[in-house]
Ligand binder design. Structure first.
Ligand SMILES: [Zn+2]
Length: 435
């Protein structure tokens, strides 16, 4: 005869097993979110790992010695699907595009939206008293609570006065009612003084970064002064690493566009820094990965390596302890530098430098990668960027024309159509009027 203690022990083991399976599913899922965060679909292996863990978790809960338990299956699968939709929302809205009200709403409340699942958890637990289901619900709730509490204890924000064009753009987008605008869109960084001055409570390494995708792409605001400052620190860090390695590198994409068109400044709505590096001679993918990862860990920058795409997303937020550093993919914002590798190749009879992923309108080369004639980039020249002389392509204008066509014309790439229209007029106003 089986004693009551044995039954209890078995139940505890079952609950703990369900808990461990859920934890593995959760961690693999937040790790996978780095792909949508970088505007890419998840890779097949990463998707398979998460789906695999989810199936094991649900199967463990749904099968008992009595066979398949349909209610346990429906409740556990439904609970995980609902919670993961909330967890994924901030990463999904990273990619600009048509408005997605539900995902955007979930992303906006991402710091505590996971706790909304506590009520369903209680209902589910009450409807179906089952040790394994409890294991799942308690673990998921504890993780969401920990995520919420970590936000509560984050660092102090420093106040930056919003002036000049930044303020003008904000006033235009808010149609004069900054307070109502901030409330409507949940812009917690805005601080209005009684004397009419407007401040921005800036992000730093101890806080979450300002949520770019919402502020820049959806609302059409300028990049916050704190984030601009951190982008500079971040690019200084990466350039120092590349210089120390003796790696051939250059300012690319929107950052080069800012340097050329805005006389060394960032584009007003810049959301990342673009630097490219040539794999050549002693600079191999392996040596680059080793150096950037090691120095990122030492100097407090998060380095995400995209092995198959041969590129890096290097972020301003500091690396956290494994395995919870993947939870950073739940943050709404990110101050990021995209470091993309190029290689030498021949396309037809022409010597070219090419990269794997498309950038702007860069043409397709014989290999299927995207590239430009070698002499447009090499030997690199220098250009002023944020007050320093930085390596840039040999013919920056020709390079930008390949990428963006008529680059002198201001185009609010990725900015929501209505928000872009609203600020189009002030973007053409002479700087002198604003200062
Ligand atoms: Zn910021």
């Amino acid at each position: 005869m089986i004693g009551i203690e044995t039954i209890l022990t078995n139940q505890v083991i079952s609950a703990l097993t369900a808990s461990a399976f859920y934890l593995a599913t959760y961690l693999s899922f937040v790790r996978l979110l780095r792909h949508p965060r970088n505007w890419n679909p998840p890779t097949l292996p990463s998707a398979l790992v998460t789906v695999g863990f989810a199936i094991i978790t649900v199967a463990h809960i749904s099968f008992s010695s009595q066979g398949f338990d349909l209610p346990a299956f429906v409740l556990s699968a439904g609970f995980i699907a609902g919670l993961f939709r909330i967890i994924a929302a901030p990463a999904i809205v990273f990619k600009p595009g048509a408005p997605r009200p539900i995902v955007e709403f979930l992303a906006k409340h991402g710091e505590y939206a996971g706790l909304w699942m506590v009520l369903p958890a209680i209902v589910v637990g009450y409807a179906l008293p089952d040790a394994k289901l409890y294991g799942l619900l308690v673990t998921a709730t504890a993780i969401e609570l920990a995520w919420f509490l970590r936000h509560r204890g984050m660092g102090q924000r420093r106040s930056y006065p919003l002036v000049g064009r930044d303020l003008l753009v904000l006033k235009t987008q808010a149609k004069g009612d900054i307070e109502g605008f901030a409330k409507r869109h949940g812009i917690r960084e805005l601080e209005l003084s009684p004397d009419g001055s407007v401040n921005w409570l800036g992000c730093n390494k101890d806080t979450h970064p300002c949520p770019f995708n919402l502020y820049l792409n959806r609302l059409g605001l300028n990049t916050a002064p704190c984030c601009r400052e951190h982008m500079k620190e971040l690019s200084n860090f990466v350039i120092a690493c590349l210089q120390d390695m003796g790696a051939e590198h250059w300012l690319d994409g929107g950052s080069l566009l800012g340097a050329v068109r805005e006389n060394g400044a960032l584009l007003a709505w810049e959301d990342d820094v673009d630097i490219s590096v040539l794999l050549d001679g002693e600079t191999t993918w392996e040596s680059l990965t080793a150096t950037i990862s090691k120095r990122g860990a030492q100097e407090g920058y998060y380095v995400d390596v995209f092995e198959t795409k041969r590129c890096f997303a290097i972020s301003y937020d500091p690396p956290k302890t494994w395995p919870f550093h993947w939870e950073r993919n739940r943050m709404r914002g990110e101050i990021r530098l995209d470091l993309v590798t190029f290689r030498h190749a021949m396309s037809g009879a022409q010597s070219v430098l090419e990269r794997q992923n498309l950038k702007g309108a860069m043409p397709v080369m014989e290999s299927g990668w995207h590239g430009v004639p070698k002499e447009i980039i090499l030997p690199t020249s220098t250009i002023n960027f944020l007050g320093d002389d930085i390596s840039c392509p040999n013919q920056p204008d020709a390079f930008l024309r390949i990428l963006y066509g008529d680059f002198e014309k201001i185009e609010l790439t990725y900015v929501d159509a209505d928000a872009a229209r609203a600020r189009a007029e002030i973007d053409t106003v002479d700087d002198m009027l604003v200062r």
